[in-house]
Design a protein around this ligand. Structure first.
Ligand SMILES: NC(=O)c1ccc[n+]([C@@H]2O[C@H](COP(=O)([O-])OP(=O)(O)OC[C@H]3O[C@@H](n4cnc5c(N)ncnc54)[C@H](OP(=O)(O)O)[C@@H]3O)[C@@H](O)[C@H]2O)c1
Length: 350
């Protein structure tokens, strides 16, 4: 069954829910799902105290884009599996804090729901994929290990800064990556809302983001299936959106800059027709002053591309900078793309 047939079989949009809808990642989910060609956003939820209240009144909208009109009058609901089932929902997007996701996501999975999660809580389980379809599409098979199609499943996307790095490194795996030295410059939206106290971050730089460096090493290896040594420093900077990274890679053999550029330029995952997959996941910008966090919501689709720049070779090392939109490709957009990929592969089993 091809993609068109799968969609035709659905005959109507798949009904979906967003948990954590008032948070920063939740707002991107709302923006991307309000008018999605395959998904119908039926149910939105935040913490229980907000159930029954209007989304527009409860959310503190922080995105540089408008809140979709169709959502303004929508009411927040509870995270209640019976209610979700009554509403005909199977696919649930999660932007919950890890502390809550840890219990809520496995519980919903056990009730037969298909979870696409941004939280780190379940990422390190052996049968839970950290999926980035243009990099490791085979990882979707792990949902069968969780019991699909008879049972529900959880699919996660990576930590935001890891996603950007994984996408940029993916087409370079053929040169055999031995060592990755990375420094991140991460925006404050990465800490959610209200996130950091302004007195801590205004005009300042924080040299430590709890747990972030450990996540990068573990997740990068799980996603790319490589054994390279990874040496990260993760730093918080007073920028609203977008994470910058500087990267130095050592390969097994000699690799020239031209080979890196060619690998990025040839990196495509064409033919899938997913609404939110970038045709060119990595775009190299041949200007010394680019990329910059100001470009976070650039690209096609917006926010889904990773931009690289300042490629150089020093001794046997290749260095470059990169920019990833932490909320879109590194957050909600990654989950939406994962759900689109699932529908394109397994829509006939929905
Ligand atoms: N920010 C990023 O760049 C980024 C990127 C990738 C992944 N992530 C991950 O995505 C998740 C969400 O991040 P965020 O930055 O959007 O956080 P956030 O702004 O703090 O939003 C958290 C959301 O979860 C809801 N929530 C909190 N406690 C809850 C509970 N007990 N039951 C139900 N809902 C509850 C909040 O609702 P209320 O409004 O009612 O409190 C809010 O909607 C986290 O796991 C984070 O690590 C974040």
């Amino acid at each position: 069954m091809n993609l068109d047939q799968s969609i035709e079989k659905l005959n109507k949009k798949s009904k979906v829910a967003v948990l954590g809808a008032t948070g920063v990642v939740g707002q991107v989910f709302i923006s991307m799902l309000a008018d999605h060609p395959w998904f119908d956003l039926v149910h939105i939820a935040a913490s229980a105290s907000k159930a029954g209240k209007g989304y527009k009144d409860e959310v503190h909208w922080v995105l540089p884009t408008q809140m979709p009109q169709s959502i303004e009058q929508k009411k927040l609901g509870l995270i209640d599996s019976a209610k979700l089932r009554d509403e005909g929902i199977k696919i649930v997007f999660s932007a919950l804090p890890a502390s809550e996701a840890k219990t809520i996501e496995p519980e919903l999975r056990s009730q037969g729901f298909y979870l696409f999660s941004n939280a780190s809580a379940m990422r390190y389980e052996e049968d839970v994929p950290i999926l980035i379809p243009e990099i490791n599409p085979d990882q979707l098979d792990l949902i069968n290990k969780q019991g699909f199609p008879e049972k529900g499943f959880i699919v996660t996307n990576a930590n935001c800064s890891t996603t950007g790095l994984a996408v940029a490194l993916s087409p370079l795996r053929k040169f055999v990556i031995e060592e990755v030295v990375v420094s991140t410059y991460q925006s404050i939206s990465g800490a959610g809302y209200p996130g950091l106290a302004s007195l801590d971050i205004m005009g300042n730089t924080l040299p430590h983001i709890p747990n972030e460096e450990d996540k990068m090493g573990v997740e990068l290896k799980k996603i790319l299936q490589i054994e390279a040594n990874v040496f990260p420093f993760c730093i918080r900077i007073p920028v609203l959106f977008g994470h910058m990274e500087t990267v130095w890679i050592t390969f097994k053999g000699n690799v020239e800059k031209e080979e890196i550029l060619e690998a990025w330029s040839n990196f495509k995952f064409g033919g899938k027709g997913l609404p939110n997959m970038a045709d060119h996941p990595v775009e190299y910008l041949n200007r010394e002053d680019l990329p910059q966090p100001k470009m976070s919501f650039w690209g096609s689709p917006s926010g889904m591309q990773v931009f690289t720049g300042r490629l150089k070779k020093e001794k046997n090392r290749i260095g470059f900078t990169l920019l990833v939109n932490n909320l879109v490709k590194g957050g909600a957009g990654g989950s939406v793309e994962n759900a689109e990929f699932f529908v394109s592969e397994c829509g006939d089993k929905l």
